[in-house]
Design a protein around this ligand. Structure first.
Ligand SMILES: Nc1ncnc2c1ncn2[C@@H]1O[C@H](COP(=O)(O)OP(=O)(O)OP(=O)(O)O)[C@@H](O)[C@H]1O
Length: 644
């Protein structure tokens, strides 16, 4: 952070130190008056002018420090311009000056008064009002002071009232000169100096505290004054903007770093809270605040937060508050099936995992939509972040709204204290799986569209939206286009969702995957149930045979249920013979469930693909293939012939 009080080392517990700078007459007066202030400050008298005086004060600053300087005239102005500490100057004027003037006018008719800088208007008025016989002259620097003395001689002035420098020059050419500064004016300057020193000490202490505080902050902080000039910043801010302190400190912010500009705040005096902004190629959460002191706008502060840091805190809060986040179990490797359609689906799913765009999974119930969604999430860069699944058809509208979007405290009667985060927020940085999206009521479709477009969520009853980074994967078993036509699904939302589409085929269209699926489910369930399934090989052969001729309306979930049923009953000794299968899995025997003529035709095609797949797997060995399918060699031969 900038050291505004450059001359102040950490001396908050030591005595104030005042450098009193003056030569000749002023020096004498300073020496005379210094003991009066000995109990309040160390007064260090410097009998030098201009550059030499600056060097002496700087040497003191380097040693034990100086809190303030007291000086007068052009020397005082010079010191003020060249030193980093406050400078109090002796001011000649007012009643004090009138008294001096009246006193001198009584002694001579040829009087002059010389002042440093502008001749005060009051002095001019006084001279003309009382018709005082006084020449008024002024000077800015040493050269002008010499010219001034020359002029005094030309005018035939006998007595001159002037600052120390002119007094010396005048006396050197034989003029009678009186120091312009009265003891009262010098005392007033000493008082000013002590007051300034005290204020500077307090400021330095405040500054140190602030610096220590800002140094510990992880957020980048920067402050500007009313003129947009940077006067404070911390190391974190330099990290954020990747700049050196000198690039910003003392600079006009909007000129050197327009992206950070605080001008709007300096104009409006209104805060701008937590805006997500790109700064130096980084996404940051930026807050801009006005600095208002005693009702006056005195500057502005910029706070830059790294969203990753916020998210870490946020996530731990969310995980404490939300128990809804499900652990994912599946990867894309768990999506069993070697059929062409499944192979290309897996490849497309891997490609979609690389994107963060909204994805839509279409498939009948039980085809593995959630498995696929989890697989995409786990193959994506978000895999370590939450995966949250919600079934849009499982809640009444009002409940679903608060589940999805959350609410603020007092949003409605009965709302919990402190409000509640919605599933969108709970899935922040991760994936939200919206199952049965076709069931989403129209009003919520509008809200969902807003979230997808704006990437921010507005809790029920809230005014400020919360920025959000969630990948949405929606799923449906319905024909969304048809729902759009019927006015039950928003067309714009449909187009938003219909970007990356994954179509899961029903099991009956990929019966060649049946053996692998059945084997996988058998092993998985046996493992889950702690059973040994190897003894049931013949039962499963029979099951596979039956399955090939079945329409599987419940798809893989149905297959899973049947496999489980056979496994459990078989192990319990209640199912020992193939013949008993008709009682255990009657659906596989029920021709009604096959769904009519069209299915029959497709079923034969599927059967053909299954036979060919198994045959290929066994390298054309019909005996092995028949064994695998649980049918006799002759049946296999017959079926292959029937298909051709
Ligand atoms: N290709 C597959 N490979 C292995 N298991 C699968 C496959 N597809 C689905 N499953 C299993 O089938 C069951 C149902 O899958 P999932 O819940 O993902 O289906 P869904 O389409 O989301 O169902 P619904 O639409 O009824 O919610 C799960 O236990 C899943 O593990």
């Amino acid at each position: 952070m900038v050291d505004t009080a450059a001359g102040l080392k950490n001396r908050s517990d030591t005595r104030l130190r005042i450098a009193a700078v003056g030569m000749h007459g002023l020096r004498d007066m300073l020496e005379q008056l210094a003991p009066e202030y000995a109990h309040r400050a160390d007064i260090l008298i410097i009998d030098k002018g201009y550059e030499q005086a600056v060097q002496s004060v700087q040497a003191l600053l380097r040693q034990d420090g100086v809190d303030a300087v007291v000086s007068a005239g052009s020397n005082g102005s010079y010191l003020r311009a060249h030193l980093p500490v406050p400078v109090a100057t002796v001011r000649a004027g007012g009643f004090d000056l009138m008294e001096l003037l009246a006193h001198a006018a009584r002694q001579t008719r040829s009087l002059a008064m010389v002042v440093h800088g502008q001749i005060p208007e009051g002095l001019r008025a006084l001279v003309s009002e009382f018709s005082l016989p006084v020449h008024l002259l002024s000077y800015q620097d040493e050269d002008q002071a010499k010219t001034c003395v020359q002029r005094l001689q030309d005018l035939g002035v006998e007595v001159v009232l002037a600052p120390g420098l002119v007094v010396d020059l005048a006396r050197a050419v034989g003029l009678q000169a009186v120091l312009l500064y009265s003891p009262a004016a010098v005392r007033a300057a000493m008082e000013d100096g002590i007051e300034m020193a005290r204020a500077a000490r307090a400021e330095a202490a405040r500054h140190d505290r602030l610096r220590a505080m800002l140094g510990h902050l992880r957020d980048g902080v920067l402050a500007v004054d009313v003129h947009d000039r940077v006067y404070a910043l911390n190391p974190s801010m330099l990290n954020v903007v990747n700049l050196q302190e000198a690039d910003l400190l003392g600079q006009v912010l909007h000129e050197v770093q327009p992206e950070l500009s605080l001008q709007a705040i300096l104009r409006s005096g209104k805060p701008e809270l937590e805006k997500v902004q790109q700064i130096m190629g980084r996404t940051l959460v930026v807050t801009r605040l006005p600095i208002i002191e005693q009702g006056q706008l005195n500057g502005a502060v910029l706070v830059c937060q790294d969203p990753a840091a916020i998210q870490r805190v946020d996530r731990s809060l969310r995980s404490r508050r939300s128990r809804t986040g499900k652990a994912t179990r599946y990867t894309l490797d768990d999506l069993i099936g070697h059929s062409d359609v499944m192979q290309s689906l897996r490849a497309v799913a891997h490609a979609y995992a690389r994107s963060s765009a909204t994805a839509l999974i279409v498939g009948e119930s039980g085809t593995g939509k959630e498995l696929l969604a989890q697989g995409v999430h786990n193959a994506s860069a978000r895999h370590a972040q939450p995966f949250i699944a919600v079934n849009c058809g499982a809640f009444p509208e009002s409940l679903l709204e608060s589940e999805l979007f959350g609410y603020v405290e007092g949003a409605f009667t009965g709302s919990s204290r402190g409000g509640k985060i919605g599933l969108f927020e709970a899935a922040h940085t991760g994936t939200l799986f919206l199952d049965e999206i076709g069931e989403l009521p129209l009003a919520l479709q509008t809200r969902l569209l807003r979230v997808l477009q704006e990437k921010e969520v507005l809790r029920i009853g809230a005014i400020e939206p919360t920025p959000l980074d969630v990948r949405v994967i929606a799923a449906t078993h319905q024909n969304l286009e048809l729902l759009v036509e019927q006015g039950r699904f928003r067309q714009d939302l449909y187009y938003r969702l219909n970007i990356l589409v994954l179509k899961l085929p029903p099991l009956r269209q990929r019966l060649e995957d049946l053996p692998a699926l059945m084997q996988h489910l058998q092993q998985k369930l046996a493992h889950d149930l702690g059973l040994d399934a190897t003894s049931q090989a013949s039962l499963f052969h029979a099951l596979l045979r039956l399955g090939v001729g079945y329409a599987w309306p419940g798809n893989i979930r149905e297959l899973e249920n049947i496999v489980e049923r056979v496994l459990v009953l078989g192990m319990a000794g209640l199912l020992t013979k193939e013949q008993q299968l008709s009682q255990i899995v009657p659906e596989l025997y029920d021709r009604q469930a096959e769904g009519g003529g069209e299915w029959q035709v497709r079923q034969h095609q599927d059967e053909q693909r299954l036979l060919e797949a198994v045959l290929a797997e066994c390298g054309g060995n019909r005996e092995q293939a028949a064994k695998k399918l649980g049918i006799s060699r002759s049946t296999l031969w017959r079926r292959l012939n029937r298909s051709t």
